[in-house]
Each structure stands twice: as structure tokens, then as C-alpha cells.
Design a protein around this ligand. Structure first.
Ligand SMILES: NC(=O)C1=CN([C@@H]2O[C@H](COP(=O)(O)OP(=O)(O)OC[C@H]3O[C@@H](n4cnc5c(N)ncnc54)[C@H](OP(=O)(O)O)[C@@H]3O)[C@@H](O)[C@H]2O)C=CC1
Ligand SMILES: O=C(O)C1=N[C@H](C(=O)O)C[C@H](O)C1
Length: 278
């Protein structure tokens, strides 16, 4: 017989702050923290001018957390152990610099970073531990492993990545689509930068043999669909993942917060968190 695990006492819970607290993901994260036994909301951040400033961060759930949404970064970190950040690249970088000074760990879901911005995060991770992943969902990360296998076995096949998201998404292709391209290129001993084709229009000429093409769809409330097409001669393989809820992104983020406990520094991804490396 197994005994049910007792909920962690309030004092031993990991204290988590959320940036972008009124955003689509910010709210999912706050709801997931509220439902967890081992985490507690310690701070909630949003931009100056956000209509949510000053309100209780759980007001949208009809609950009182005692944590007011603030645009004061240091106050918003509220003695947190970790900050979960799903905002925009420039916001995440500003938050990460303060977190590195304050010793607050980071779970970063933001997408759309430039290579230079990724390098800045890498440098900050020498001072504080962080998980950075364009998709926190378990299913997507298992899909990445399937893509590794397919890419190794289907050398020479034409590869196209198609993604679809809601009309509010501001970056393209999605961070997940780019990660899929990177994983495939690496599995084939190449670099995505040497193979990616992001646009086609007009007289394009024939398809370049080793290219990895990207196509982007935006509309309505699509949460996130990704399909990778491996097109060979006389046959095709399609690997598809579809999200119908943001809850999986939030749950994965909380797993990342737990994974970071006790790690002083370093840059990790969801393969590390989920034990999928190798
Ligand atoms: N890794 C993953 O699993 C996932 C990643 N994402 C990524 O997370 C990010 C956020 O997505 P989503 O929640 O849908 O977006 P939203 O636009 O709904 O929310 C973004 C939040 O961040 C705030 N914000 C915007 N700019 C800044 C800034 N410069 N500094 C600080 N805060 C800022 C917004 O404030 P305001 O509303 O006042 O502008 C808002 O509260 C995107 O990059 C998206 O691609 C999304 C889902 C899953
Ligand atoms: O903006 C979104 O919504 C999403 N963004 C991430 C991405 O760019 O890959 C993850 C997910 O697809 C949802």
C-alpha cells in the first residue's frame, strides 16, 4: 500500500513569480500554481500602463492571493525562488538581468529571440540557473525526439515544416517550428541556418535539394499546430502535434521550476527537465 504524499507546508513551497501576469500564458501559469501543492505565487509582473496593475493576481480566478500585479521588477520578484517568464524577448532579457543579480532562477517560455539575445541569456545562465524552451509541453518534446529519429533515417528526403497559431501571435515561424528545424538539421549533421527557407513567392525555381522549408498560418484561436513533412519518392511521412489547450505549457513550466531546485547555474531545456537528453 502506498501512502498519499502530504502537501508541502506553506513554508517549504517553492516561491514563484510570474512575468506577463495578465497575458494568455501568465494567467494559465497563475492558475496552475494556485492548483499545485508545492508551489506558491510570490509575485506577479506586468508592463507599465497594464490595466491589471494593482489588482490581485488571482482576481480573474475569483480568488485572493495577496499578491498584487506590479510593474516594479524588484518588488514583483517578491523574494521568489524562480520567475516564470512568457513575455517578449526584450522584456525577458531585462527580467533575466535582474534575476541574475538577485539569484532568482528563471523558466523562460518566450519565443522570438535573436541569436544575440540567446547569447545574452547564455551568459546570464553562468550566474543563475535557467530553463529556456520554446515549447514546455511534454507531447511536443516527445515529438522532437520522433523527429530526430525520422531525420536520421530519412536523409535526402525533402523536409517542410508547417505551423499554425492564433491571430495574436507576433513572431514567425513559431519558436517550436524553429526548434524542430534545428533538431532535424542537427540530427543530419548540418546547421539549420545553412538550410532554412522562410519565404517563397513568385518564380522561385525548383526546390533546393537540402532545404528545410517553413510555412506559417495565423488565424482565430488556434492554440498551436505543427506538422513536419518528410517527402520522399513515392511516399511521404508526416509527423504532427496539435495543442488544444495551453494547460500543458503551464504544467511543463512548473516541472521546470521543480527541476531547477538546488541548481546554482546553467542553461537547461525541456529535454533536461523531462529526461529526454541523448
Ligand atoms: N514555451 C512555450 O511553451 C510557450 C511559449 N509561448 C510564448 O510566450 C510568449 C507570450 O505568449 P502569450 O502569453 O500568448 O502572449 P500575451 O501577449 O498574451 O502575453 C504577454 C504578456 O507579456 C507582457 N509583455 C509584453 N511585452 C513585454 C515586455 N517588453 N516586458 C514585459 N512584459 C511584456 C504583456 O503585457 P501587455 O498585455 O500589457 O502588453 C502580457 O502580459 C510568446 O513569446 C509566445 O510565443 C506561448 C505559449 C507556450
Ligand atoms: O505564441 C504561442 O501561442 C505559442 N508559442 C510557442 C512557439 O512559438 O512555438 C509555443 C506554442 O506553439 C504556442
Amino acid at each position: 500500500m502506498t501512502a498519499a504524499a502530504a502537501p508541502a507546508s506553506t513554508t517549504s513551497r517553492r516561491r514563484v513569480a510570474v512575468a506577463g501576469a495578465t497575458g494568455r500564458m501568465g494567467r494559465m501559469l497563475i492558475e496552475a500554481i494556485a492548483a499545485s501543492d508545492d508551489l506558491v505565487l510570490a509575485g506577479a509582473l506586468d508592463l507599465p500602463g497594464s490595466p491589471g496593475l494593482g489588482q490581485d493576481a488571482m482576481a480573474f480566478l475569483g480568488r485572493a492571493s495577496g499578491v498584487a500585479i506590479t510593474d516594479d521588477l524588484r518588488a514583483g520578484l517578491g523574494g521568489a525562488d524562480a520567475l516564470i517568464d512568457f513575455t517578449r524577448p526584450e522584456g525577458t532579457l531585462a527580467h533575466a538581468a535582474v534575476c541574475a543579480d538577485a539569484g532568482v532562477q528563471l523558466v523562460i517560455g518566450t519565443t522570438g529571440f535573436s541569436e544575440a539575445q540567446k547569447a545574452q541569456l547564455q551568459a546570464l545562465s553562468q550566474r543563475v540557473a535557467m530553463v529556456l524552451a520554446p515549447n514546455m509541453g511534454v507531447g511536443v518534446n516527445v515529438t522532437l525526439k520522433l523527429l530526430q529519429l525520422a531525420a536520421r533515417s530519412l536523409q535526402g528526403w525533402d523536409i517542410e515544416i508547417v505551423e499554425a497559431h492564433h491571430k495574436h501571435k507576433v513572431d514567425a515561424p513559431s519558436g517550436t517550428a524553429l526548434k524542430m528545424g534545428e533538431v532535424i538539421a542537427e540530427a543530419q549533421g548540418t546547421r539549420l541556418a545553412d538550410r532554412a527557407v522562410y519565404e517563397r513567392y513568385g518564380h522561385t525555381g525548383e526546390r533546393r535539394a537540402d532545404s528545410i522549408g517553413f510555412a506559417t498560418v495565423r488565424g482565430g484561436d488556434i492554440v498551436g499546430d505543427h506538422t513536419v513533412l518528410f517527402a520522399g519518392t513515392g511516399e511521404r511521412v508526416e509527423i504532427t502535434h496539435k495543442s488544444s489547450s495551453r494547460a500543458g505549457y503551464a504544467e511543463g513550466s512548473l516541472r521546470a521550476v521543480r527541476f531547477l531546485a538546488g541548481r546554482p547555474s546553467g542553461l537547461f531545456d525541456m529535454f533536461d527537465v523531462l529526461g529526454l537528453q541523448g
